[in-house]
Design a protein around this ligand. Structure first.
Ligand code: AMP
Length: 170
């Protein structure tokens, strides 16, 4: 099944010069959506992953069904002010300004092997911050997995020494 045919290119969104990879056609076709989750499941079943984590919001769409398939906990990484219990916080630089990600302090047991999942690997800034947050919370990043990798942005290099897996490369 050609999953790439379910990704729609939207030029100049959300700003001029960005070619946005729209995953909603894939989400709208249950066979394609299921196939993407199957591919992640095949790769990570039996790999000793303890936790599946993802930064809001689109990564949740793949991370939650994958966690169910693997029968492992799903841990949301969220923007400040969203998680109600005690949190670890990690601040990181954006192109313009700063952002923060949070995780509940009791979400990741020390030494847990964490699979980080997101929809698109672009520059890698968000997932690099997510890796640091997982480590701050006591976890170990097993691998960073993506539906789509925009190879020309070299996010894979930014995520070193973490392992990177992607289903589709553009
Ligand atoms: P980055 O931190 O640059 O890797 O990208 C942060 C997030 O922005 C990714 O997880 C994607 O959800 C989203 N994103 C960045 N660039 C694109 C793009 N060209 N198309 C779709 N989503 C994107």
């Amino acid at each position: 099944m050609d999953l790439g045919s379910y990704i729609r290119d939207i030029p100049d969104f959300p700003k001029p010069g960005i070619l946005f990879k729209d995953i909603t056609p894939l989400l709208a076709e249950p066979r394609a959506f299921a196939h993407a989750v199957d591919l992640f499941t095949q790769r990570y079943a039996g790999r000793g992953v303890d936790v599946v984590a993802s930064a809001e919001a689109r990564g949740f769409l793949f991370a939650a069904p994958l966690a169910l398939r693997l029968a492992k906990p799903f841990v949301p990484l969220r923007k400040p002010g969203k998680l109600p219990h005690a949190t670890h916080t990690l601040a990181y630089e954006l192109e313009y300004g700063q952002a923060e990600l949070q995780v509940h302090t009791d979400a990741i047991k020390p030494g847990s092997r964490v699979l980080l999942l997101d929809d698109v690997l672009a520059t890698g800034g968000t997932v690099s911050a997510a890796c640091r947050l997982i480590e701050k919370a006591g976890g170990r990043v097993e691998e960073c997995a993506f539906l789509i990798e925009l190879s020309f942005l070299k996010g894979r290099e930014k995520l070193q020494p973490h392992e990177v897996f992607s289903i589709l490369q553009f």
